[in-house]
Design a protein around this ligand. Structure first.
Ligand code: NOJ
Length: 731
């Protein structure tokens, strides 16, 4: 990661540091809000949470609030990292660190840039559905550049939690349910964030999170306990982190949850043995906010001091949010509870990342870069638009209602169609309202003959008179329904994942009118879509697509873009099926018509739409699956033909099943995918090379094994709809 000269520089610094300065490096600060509003800060947060003030009002209050930026502590060398997205402030604080502290060590500036900074692109679960590795990298590259221009050099991204339970609100932030797709996503995001080191303005340090198994929270409830076998951890939750480290990921954030009884903040096995040991992550680990103190609440540490000792010894290098390292580590070292080696290792890792970032030589954001932040560069907007278009999934198009004929009068209903703050998605923090394109404006920009009727949204009542008017006056009704941004993301788990509020009644009223209905979904989680699948003729999954959402949706509805997105996550039929995912282990009694099989009395066994699913305005046919054995793998070929009447892009998916293994294996596992664009009538042979070494799995001893026996290879358009071939494999 560093040249010898850089390593020497780090060692030289380390040798000059006092214990307090070393511990200072392990301390992260964020600007503390100290006043400037009429009610105490915790009450203000409560007011936001219970709806007494809106997000916008809260933002206004915050923008004038008095803050403490901990300048004195920075000057004293007691702060290693700060949070924030204001480049002017970043320069000011950096100047104190570099010019006024004893050793002049720059701050590493961290921030949550999950799916874009100013140029907000689709939430991860949507973007993952583009199955486009190159796009994953390019969006991250835009985020890296904008971050640096805002004084941020450390992104708390990518979020790599493989998520199988859509009750958990944070499914929106991650790459979906599949470890293989998530690993491709992880590698590309790391290359995008860290890869272009031609100038310090082009890259940041990535912080993969949440390490680990955070998404396996029991009952989908955020922060809840997780427990699983070693094999499950290694096969499902670890792969994207492994892929990220292989691509060079420098840092990680320990998750809040306990794993098999040990909180990840103080988990020596996951931090020291796996992440820093076998995976060899070269940089450092930061806690999640308040994570160290929460170990007391978990009931694993006696008090703050004990939690700090456990965290440092387990391999946690930086404290986010508690000051426990700052306040207690010195005594712990003096009492022999934490060794100097542990402290030195943490500080060496932190300084090395700062060195790798070029902060010692280029600590400031140049003035002209700050000025250029005033507008979004066209090329950034273009990437956001491309990502938004490629993330849209056509779920149903009965009667080929889509694309819409330009001459038709569109009645647009559903408040989400006209709310600029709702295109953004959870965890975007630095967006500007004027940059956001709603579906209403997108349709207007596209020259559609559209009239908007305010009928109601995810919350509150429906104005049925308006619905009736919309149906009467238009040739076709486009209804935008789904979730507000605040209904997914952190601390936003749900026990009922159907389309919220009275939106379904609004859709029903349109159906009863007999007018053609196109339903566009805006949401952060896979919704339970049994009724919608059964009753709605046309269904478009548009997620929260970022600033270009409206233009992207309009392009798909009007036919300027042929949709090619796929589901990166199974869409349940009913919430009670959660967790539901395609790559589940086989039971001894797979669900069937007979009574004593694995199924529900009151819900279908299968999902509304499976992983990998998505339609196009054209159709594709698969034929001629062949499997040819090579020396160290298999060549798997299939012919894909565009059988419709327009050009389209198909995502050809390769799955496998290990049928006879020493552990029960999933019924299918994604092992590759290829996007092909075919003109009407065109066909192409798509060939995958699957290496034998990739047919294995991790056992409960944490060992990767490959086993002789029967395998099935599947190739098709989604995880259910495949051609297959059985193969006896010998290693
Ligand atoms: C809490 C969240 O869990 C994490 O994703 C985020 O990066 C940190 N807080 C910092 O904001």
């Amino acid at each position: 990661m560093l040249t010898q000269t850089q390593k020497n520089r780090v060692e030289e610094l380390l040798s000059q540091m006092t214990l307090d300065e070393k511990i200072g490096q392990m301390n992260q600060e964020s600007p503390s809000i100290v006043g400037g509003f009429d009610v105490p800060f915790p009450e203000l947060i409560e007011m936001l949470n219970d709806g007494r003030i809106t997000q916008e009002e809260f933002g206004k209050i915050m923008s004038t609030a008095e803050r403490d930026f901990h300048e004195d502590d920075i000057r004293a060398g007691l702060v290693g990292s700060m949070m924030g997205d204001d480049p002017v402030k970043a320069n000011e604080l950096q100047k104190i660190a570099v010019e006024e502290s004893r050793l002049g060590i720059p701050l590493i500036m961290g921030f949550d840039v999950i799916h874009g900074l100013r140029t907000v692109y689709p939430i991860a679960i949507a973007e993952a559905g583009s199955f486009d590795e190159n796009l994953f990298e390019r969006t991250a590259r835009v985020a890296a550049k904008e971050s640096r221009a805002h004084g941020i050099n450390w992104n708390f991204a990518p979020m790599l939690d493989v998520a199988r339970d859509s009750r958990w609100g944070r499914v929106s932030e991650g790459p979906g349910e599949d470890p293989y797709l998530a690993s491709v996503f992880a590698g590309a995001k790391i290359r995008g964030l860290q890869g272009d080191r031609s100038s310090v303005e082009n890259y940041v340090a990535a912080c993969m999170k949440h390490y680990i198994a955070y998404s396996a929270c029991e009952s989908g409830r955020d922060y809840n306990t997780t427990s699983m076998s070693v094999s499950q951890l290694y096969n499902v939750y670890l792969p994207p982190f492994r892929a990220a480290v292989e691509a060079g990921a420098l840092t990680a954030m320990a998750s809040f949850n306990d794993l098999n009884g040990v909180p990840c903040t103080v988990n020596r096995w996951t931090l020291r043995d796996i992440l820093k040991g076998s995976l060899q992550m070269p940089g450092f680990v930061v806690s999640d906010a308040n994570g160290i103190r929460e170990c007391v609440t978990h009931g694993i540490a006696e008090d703050d001091a004990d939690a700090g000792v456990q965290a440092a010894n387990a391999g946690l290098d930086m404290d986010m949010g508690t000051h426990i390292f700052r306040d207690h580590l010195r005594k712990a070292v003096e009492d022999g509870k934490v060794s100097m080696d542990v402290i030195d290792d943490a500080v060496r890792r932190i300084l090395s990342v700062k060195m790798w970032l070029g902060l010692f030589d280029h600590p400031y954001v140049p003035e002209e870069t700050i000025r250029s932040n005033a507008v979004i560069p066209d090329e950034h907007r273009a990437v956001a638009l491309e990502a938004a278009k490629k993330s849209i999934v056509l779920l149903k198009n009965e009667g080929q209602v889509l694309p819409l004929d330009r001459s038709r009068k569109i009645s647009l209903i559903g408040n989400l169609a006209d709310m600029s703050e709702e295109v953004i998605g959870a965890w975007a923090m630095s967006w500007k309202r004027e940059d956001c394109v709603t579906i209403r404006s997108g349709l207007e920009n596209a020259g559609a003959n559209v009239t908007y009727y305010p009928c109601g949204g995810p919350e509150g009542e429906i104005d049925f008179a308006q619905v009736e008017k919309a149906c009467r006056e238009g040739d076709v009704v486009v209804a935008v329904v789904g979730e507000l941004v605040s209904m997914s993301g952190e601390a936003s788990s749900k026990a009922d994942t159907r389309i919220p509020g009275k939106q379904r009644e609004m859709l029903q009223a349109v159906l009863e009118s007999g007018k053609p209905l196109v339903t566009v979904l805006m949401n952060g989680r896979p919704l339970a879509l049994k009724w919608e699948k059964e009753n709605l003729p046309v269904l478009v999954e548009a997620w929260h697509l970022g600033i270009e959402m409206g233009n992207a949706v309009a392009a798909v509805l009007m036919g300027d873009e042929n949709p090619g997105g796929r589901l990166a996550s199974t869409m349940p039929a009913m919430t009670g099926q959660c967790p539901i995912y395609y790559n589940h282990p086989n039971t001894g009694r797979p669900g069937s018509k007979s009574k004593f099989t694995s199924k529900y009395l009151d819900a279908p066994l299968g999902p509304a739409f499976p992983f990998g699913y998505g339609l196009s305005y054209t159709t594709f046919a698969y034929s001629g699956l062949t499997v040819e054995e090579l020396e160290d793998g298999y060549q798997i070929g299939v012919t894909v033909k565009n059988t419709g009447d327009r050009t389209g892009t198909e995502t050809v998916q390769l799955y496998m099943q290990d049928v006879t293994a020493s552990l029960v294996r999933p019924v299918r596992e994604l092992r590759g995918f290829r996007k092909v664009t075919l003109e009407a009538g065109e066909e192409q042979r798509v060939v995958f090379l699957l290496q034998k070494k990739n047919l294995g799995f991790w056992n409960n001893q944490g060992t990767y094994v490959t086993e002789d026996g029967l395998y099935v290879f599947y190739v098709g358009a989604n995880s259910e709809d495949c051609l297959c071939e059985r193969v006896m494999v010998k290693f």
